[in-house]
Design a protein around this ligand. Sequence first.
Ligand code: FES
Length: 324
Amino acid sequence: MTPLKLMVVEIAQLTPSIKKFVFAAANDDALPGWEAGAHLVFELPNGLHNAYSLANDPAERGRYVTAILREAGGKGGSIYMHDDIKVGDVLKVTGPQNNFPIEAAAKKHLLIAGGIGITPLLAMGYRLREMKADYHLHYCSKTAAETAFIDEVKAVFGAHVTFHHDGGDPSKGINLKEVLKSPDAGQNLYFCGPVGLLNAVRDASSHWPEGTVHFELFGSTRSAAEIAALAHEAGDDTFEVECVKSGITVSVPPNKSIMQVLWEHNIEVLYACEEGWCGNCKVGLISGKVDHRDEYLSEKERESAIQVCISRAAPGEKKIVLDI
Ligand code: FES
């Protein structure tokens, strides 16, 4: 994917910790089209790669809008965006890429946003309204003042939104058991938000039919120590990766990821988290047994795909074949 150059044309403080960023093309090129649920991967000048979902109407062609939560405990990407980026700056970006699309065959759509997780779901609201679909959003946040895009959400969703303000106490927030109790035939669920709410939504929707529940992760559900252990597990073997499209076979040693070795051979892979949760480094799997260490792919998807930032050949498997 050829990177885009985007210029920051507007920055607005939406809540005490969330800023909205509006981008336009930095040259005369038209911006690539996109669909609701898509995100951009930003190559920040401080070396970090961060993925941010698009929040505006996908029918708009002249600008991209996203919102970013300033995370003091993060890797520094969001702090950089909040503190250093200003109007007029030009950023290198890859995408738009969509790992979180609206399910076209669904008869009903239930959306749950937690905090900053509203960004892709707001874009979905524009699209579902245009489709005249049957949809409803539950939007969870601490207070009205900490609810990003609150006026825009009201305008786009109208009667199709319920706000849940818990004041910081989840026991006073959305009643997930009730909301997710009885999925209607053909209903699909889309969730985006923080890990605690994600796990609660997962638990409360575990009885929904396979393939009807969709998540966009904004962070790992694992601890830093667990991720580090997975990235280089003691006892990992060297194995080969045959790259069919590139026509080469590479060797992956225990101390490197498949993605790192692909980079060394100038094979481009889109990435952001490097921890197995964002979905960006997904590559088609043609053959070979894989030790899937990501938390992004479903069991079904694992039959034909691999997250190359973290997953490896299964123990004893000498070679896997990838569609790259
Ligand atoms: S880079 Fe995020 S899953 Fe691999």
